[in-house]
Design a binder for this molecule. Structure first.
Ligand code: SF4
Length: 455
């Protein structure tokens, strides 16, 4: 989401004639688009902010300053307080106020031109600003072969209030983007030669456009739920250069049987799903307010695998939640054994002020959290290795995404199952679909051979 929204902000900058500076030393404006989802992301953003604040002071003393705009979830969460503490920030632009960016830029441009810049403002949801979607989130930077993949936000915000999560507080309630606007961006992506799109939302499965959908397209203006939208996007993508469609994040509770069926019916949907489980013990899932049980999650996994044999799954796992016992940890490890995820994002719990879990008793000591996390990571490593090794020798369709960082003669490719493979080939093939044979495994990356272009 951060990448997609940053791309949209970059487009606004570019449209007003701004160009990327080589460094903060040369910048007239620094835009920090922050993420709040984990404490570590915020800590990193604050470190970056301190760096630019110090640079701003130094440059001001030399008679050249720059404007600092703090955007994104951290801006929304810490609000005006952060600007009071760090006086160098000129604008705090919360997630709900992103549409004000052109205005902020105009004011900044005038201030910079006049050489006197005194604006100190915060724009936050609490002041009544409402989120609106940008028309395009396509990265403009074109590496060799141009951009290959793009993100398309379809909804924003979350109503789930998982007890550990800050997102509903910084992103606000769910808002769905109009199907017409999503299709227009899909078409735009196809027109720019984008080969893979990812539909984005904090919880894509609860997408719900209530009527008035596609008038301007001449299509019946009814309501659309997530499966309905998937059908529309599949139809649109199939008429463009877009060959693959992914979506994330999926909440297991809202993943309907019809969504599974639509996905299975359309080969344009990649055979990989990120399906956050978070934990394997019912008591912990309940305390997390995930609103599904271990059994329901496993039933969903079975239904998905019945409908799409060979599909790979990835997940998020959060250990060390308050009250978690050793038996709860074992339940998570056994769920991992049952599902065999291709990969997982694994974390230990950190209390976030403002969430309902913050006040829960039974916090787990750091050392114990780290030890439990290490066991989960070890288990996942074992599964990833097993699953990848079993794939050696298979012939796979891949999207050629770019040049290998380690060897400029090799191309980086990705299978629809979200596996990475490198193969020798010409740079001009970036953005093409090809077939390759997975020949060997180095770490989690395949080395492949027998490249044949298939599009
Ligand atoms: S579904 Fe839960 S974890 Fe995901 S964004 Fe919403 S509240 Fe956070």
């Amino acid at each position: 989401m951060n990448i997609a929204e940053s791309a949209a902000l970059k487009q606004i900058l570019k449209g007003r004639g701004w160009v990327a500076a080589e460094s903060g030393e040369e910048a007239d404006l620094v835009l920090l688009n922050t993420c709040s989802v984990r404490l570590t992301a915020e800590t990193r953003a604050l470190g970056r902010l301190d760096h630019y604040a110090a640079l701003k002071k130094k440059r001001s003393a030399q008679g050249h300053s720059f404007v600092i705009v703090l955007a994104g979830c951290m801006a929304e969460r810490l609000g005006a307080r952060i600007r009071e503490k760090r006086g160098e920030i000129d604008y705090v632009m919360g997630t709900a106020a992103r549409s004000l960016f052109p205005q902020i830029l105009e004011e900044a441009e005038q201030g910079l031109a006049a050489g006197e810049f005194t604006a100190k403002k915060a724009f936050l949801a609490s002041e009544g600003f409402q989120f609106s979607f940008s028309p395009s989130h396509i990265e403009e930077e074109t590496g060799e072969g141009g951009p290959v993949r793009s993100f398309i936000p379809i909804m924003h915000g979350c109503n789930n209030f998982c007890s550990y999560c800050i997102v509903p507080y910084v992103r606000g309630p769910e808002i769905s983007r109009s199907p017409a606007s999503i299709l227009a961006e899909t078409r735009l992506a196809g027109g720019k030669g984008i080969r893979e799109i990812t539909l984005l939302g904090q919880n894509v499965n609860s997408y719900n456009w209530v009527g008035g959908g596609l008038n301007e397209e001449g299509i019946d203006a009814g309501g659309f739920d997530f499966p309905g939208l998937l059908e529309l996007v599949a139809g649109e993508a199939e008429q463009t250069a877009v060959g693959w469609v992914r979506f994330l994040s999926s909440h297991p509770r809202d993943f309907s049987p019809r969504a599974v069926q639509v996905m299975a019916d359309h080969p344009v949907f990649c055979r990989h799903l990120h399906l956050c489980v978070q934990h394997g013990a019912d008591a912990v899932l309940k305390a997390m307010n995930r609103r599904y049980t271990r059994e329901e999650y496993l039933e969903l996994v079975s239904a998905i695998r019945r409908a799409m044999p060979g599909i790979t799954l990835s997940t998020d796992i959060l250990v060390g939640f308050p009250g978690e016992t050793e038996a709860d940890l074992e339940a998570t490890l056994s769920l991992m054994d049952e599902v065999k995820f291709l990969y997982a994002y694994m974390y230990h719990y950190n209390p976030r002020e403002g969430t309902s879990a913050y006040t829960l008793p039974g916090r787990i000591p750091e050392q114990v959290k780290r030890r439990r996390l290490a066991r989960v990571i070890e288990k996942q490593k074992q599964h990833t290795g097993e699953l990848l090794r079993a794939r050696i020798g298979s012939r796979e369709k891949v999207l050629i995404e770019g040049i290998s960082r380690k060897n400029a003669d090799e191309l980086i490719t990705r299978t629809e199952k979200d596996e990475t493979a490198v193969v020798r080939g010409k740079h001009s093939l970036i953005g093409r679909f090809a077939e390759i044979t997975l020949a060997s495994l180095h770490g989690n990356t395949f080395r492949a051979e027998g490249l044949r272009i298939v599009d």
